[in-house]
Design a binder for this molecule. Sequence first.
Ligand code: XIL
Length: 374
Amino acid sequence: MQLSQIAAILAFTASAVAQNAQIAKRDPPRNGGDCNKAGWNGCYNPVGLADAMMQRGREFVGFALTIRNDSAELSVQSNTYEEDFNSVTPENDMKWEVTEPQRNVFNFNGSDKIVQFATSRGYEIHCHNLVWHSQLPPWIAAGNFSNATLISIMENHIKNLAGRYADVCTRWDVVNEALNEDGTYRSSPWFNTIGEAFLPIAFKFAAQYSPKSKLYYNDYNLEYNGNKTVGAKRIVDLIKSYGVRIDGVGLQAHLTTEPTPSSGGGVTPSQDTLETVLKGFTKKGVSVVYTELDERLVVPATKAKLEIQKQTFKTVAASCLAVKGCVGITLWGVSDKYSWIPGVFAGEGAALVWDENFQKKPAYYGMLEGIQKG
Ligand code: XIL
């Protein structure tokens, strides 16, 4: 045997050992995978998004879950190919209009199914959400309730919903989207009747009825370090000033890969800006999560756009990994086939990391790289 051959064998063995050290804890492929397939770690599945996140010492990668009868979607959601996920957020099934459509009449059919889906797979649940102005049943606004009655309605809702899932909700979005773009409070039955105290009151009830869950304030457009970001920091201070617990801020991260009509020319902020925003919250002693990540663009998606999208997903993931208090990332769905974007922003879409045929897009690899190297 020639010297160069021996050297090559030694180098190969060393890299195999290094790889094995990294993946030692992982299971063999459960889909009967081909051990020799390119990109596979010997007889192991490739490293997935959640794997990578855990290897970096963070907590989770999740997706917004709506249960459908689609086996291709289910395969991705169930980590059939690699460990991409260890968390879900119910996309709609825990919202007020679904869970308490009439006063004190509760419906937990959908939310129980979400919990079953998650717990049977060993996933965490990021529960969403308790108090919001949207997807609120009409009886709340129509009731013209007094301050005291509305607070008791809020307590009853949180007691029944958060109380039911107290053992399974790792995190709760307690209040969702309380702010206008300029950082002032948004008009809603909650704010209009109770005033800003509705925020600490909601968090107090959530802490009381779901004491083990981490409690989050969740909003969109906090990523730009503008007036709305300042408003969210004010909310953290407000809740704490009441002596009430708040554990985290969720940045929804409904972002754009390129300027789109709905983004007003805006694009995903630089990694620097994102890190500044995240640190602005963690300095206050709360964790941060990207709770609803997607990166829309003007459809159709071209190869060039998908390459830029790969970078924007990488930027967002890397910004999380650069800030210690950023514990996880949830994608607002898995496949472009079912994303909420085309239904809300006409002419825009292709915002997720699996395409309509459940093939991984460049964005998947951008996100993975951002997690691994960011
Ligand atoms: C969206 C869902 O994805 C849609 O299916 C539904 O029709 C509307 O709500 N901010 C949030 C999420 O906090 O609950 C929203 O989800 C997206 C924006």
